[in-house]
Design a protein around this ligand. Structure first.
Ligand SMILES: Cc1cc2nc3c(=O)[nH]c(=O)nc-3n(C[C@H](O)[C@H](O)[C@H](O)COP(=O)(O)OP(=O)(O)OC[C@H]3O[C@@H](n4cnc5c(N)ncnc54)[C@H](O)[C@@H]3O)c2cc1C
Length: 465
């Protein structure tokens, strides 16, 4: 048995990279340490409910993700956001405020104090940044839209989307397109209006999933890859050989011309050790604080709130334990049986990493207490389940760009080594797919360039002696 490429890690990133390479005719082995592939995309049916342990939707705005879903014949089965998703909710002064999903939604909602709304509208007049110094997400939004907007709108958004803190995250690493908009149009408001005039839709309206949940995507990738997927193979070490790499696991090793690391950053750091010290150090320094998902299902008549939105997010200043919650059964069909509703609540992340490690029953109690207070829920849930992620989402903190550059340098220094994953080019599933397709293109180019060398002795799977 010989391989052109060994992909290590069977989350969405690794599966998408392996699939793209297999489609190009390369002999691929995907090595995943767990007994299932899919990484953190886990959709669990529980008595008529469907719990998303990790991602709950995909953004249709990224072309590579659309192309992949189409190639896997998943288009016709997909489900769009439910018609009931008309608002977003934000917490202020301990009560939920309804915000319209529209660029001017914040300007017209009472959520922001009047002066903050005025300051926000003045963004048109704020000159574009001239200095090159890296800003945090919070600094950028405060500079352009005012401190209250940054604290009351961006802080909860960053807590919800990135499980992060706006004062820590790097603006160029997290929102590179917004910086580009500022450079191009001089103002974000102007850029948004230009985008809408040209027929663009708001990103929030472009979320979708499948009736069986997000796991549908990795399952379809796994099925397409067939025997190429090797489960329960935990890679311990990678050694460079003259002709490629020896990839070692407990019971043996695999030889391959190229290796694609598609693991979480801490696992990439361990595997880069011995291949590229600076790359290993850069990967090790990317923190992914613990995160917990609490799934609760209730009878509809237990819930007073209209649940007419995506869910709610909370600014850190409100001092709540949950960073927010999704109204899962409003978002997509099949998340709760008839007459019932389902919620996914999130705790931990950079805001309160220790909270995500509390005992499961405590996390359920926290979510129940907050829901009873904010959503008018009474009685016990029909279903309560917790997923704790000891390592949640990688944080793109200040200096992240240099870390990514060190990792790209590791690729250049070790021809045949490639990296992909959610700590490089975006956290979302769609960004992971885009990053994986780019990695696959680089691998493909490398293999084609080195075709003359492929007459070297075959790559074999060998038992460690
Ligand atoms: C709670 C939560 C909610 C989220 N919500 C959303 C959402 O709604 N929408 C969205 O787009 N994104 C969301 N995300 C983000 C998104 O799900 C992830 O960024 C993405 O799935 C990561 O995929 P990945 O393949 O890069 O990494 P992972 O899924 O972490 O996969 C890495 C894989 O590598 C394997 N591995 C590690 N070390 C080794 C080794 N030594 N040998 C072999 N295998 C190894 C692991 O077992 C794992 O399967 C969410 C994430 C979480 C945790």
């Amino acid at each position: 048995m010989s391989y052109d490429v060994a992909v290590i890690g069977g989350g969405v990133s690794g599966l998408a990279a392996a699939y793209a390479l297999q489609q190009r005719g390369h002999r691929v082995a995907l090595l995943e340490r767990q007994v299932r592939s899919g990484g953190n995309a886990i959709s669990e049916p529980i008595g008529g409910f469907l719990m998303e342990h990790g991602p709950s939707s995909l953004n249709a705005g990224i072309a590579d993700a659309r192309t992949l879903a189409h190639a896997l014949d998943l288009d016709s089965a997909r489900c769009e956001l439910g018609a009931g998703v008309r608002h977003r909710y934000l917490l202020r002064d301990q009560r939920l405020h309804r915000i319209r999903a529209h660029p001017l939604g914040f300007a017209t909602a009472s959520y922001l104090p009047a002066l903050a709304r005025l300051r926000m509208l003045g963004e048109f007049m704020v000159p574009a940044k001239r200095h090159a110094a890296e800003e945090t997400v919070s600094e950028f939004w405060s500079r352009r839209f005012g401190g209250e907007f940054a604290g009351l709108v961006i802080d909860p958004l960053v807590g919800g989307l990135f499980a992060g803190m706006a004062e820590e995250l790097s603006m160029p690493a997290v929102f590179p397109r917004l910086l580009e908009m500022e450079r191009r149009y001089g103002s974000i408001s102007r850029a948004v209006l230009a985008h809408r005039r040209s027929g663009g839709r708001m990103p929030g309206r472009r979320l979708y999933s499948w009736p069986g949940g997000m796991q549908t995507l990795p399952d379809a990738l796994g099925a397409a890859l067939g025997d190429a997927v090797k489960l329960g193979v935990a890679i311990r070490r990678i050694r460079a050989t003259g002709a490629g790499f020896r990839i070692e696991y407990g019971a043996g090793s695999v030889l391959a011309r190229c290796v694609v690391l598609a693991t979480q950053p801490h696992a990439a750091a361990a595997l880069l050790d011995g291949l590229d010290g600076a790359g290993a150090e850069a990967a090790a320094s990317i923190d992914a604080p613990p995160l917990a998902t609490v799934f609760l299902g209730y009878r509809r008549d237990q819930v007073a709130h209209p649940l007419d939105g995506l869910g709610y997010l909370t600014p850190a200043s409100e001092g709540r334990q949950l960073t927010g919650a999704l109204f899962a059964s409003t978002m997509f069909p099949g998340r709760a049986p008839a007459g019932h509703v389902a919620f996914s609540a999130y705790l931990g992340g950079a805001r309160a990493p220790q909270l995500a490690q509390a005992p499961g029953e405590d996390l359920i109690a926290m979510a129940k207490a907050e829901f009873s207070d904010l959503l008018g829920i009474s009685g016990e849930p029909v279903v309560a389940r917790v997923r704790q992620w000891p390592r949640g989402l990688p944080q793109y903190r200040l200096g992240h760009g240099e870390k990514v550059e060190a990792l790209r340098a590791a690729e250049r220094n070790r021809p045949g080594l490639f990296l992909t994953g959610n700590y490089l080019n975006g956290l979302s599933v769609a960004s992971c797919i885009a990053s994986a397709s780019q990695a696959a293109e680089r691998v493909d180019a490398f293999l084609r360039d080195s075709v003359a060398e492929s007459s070297c002795p075959g790559y074999v799977t060998a038992a460690n002696g």
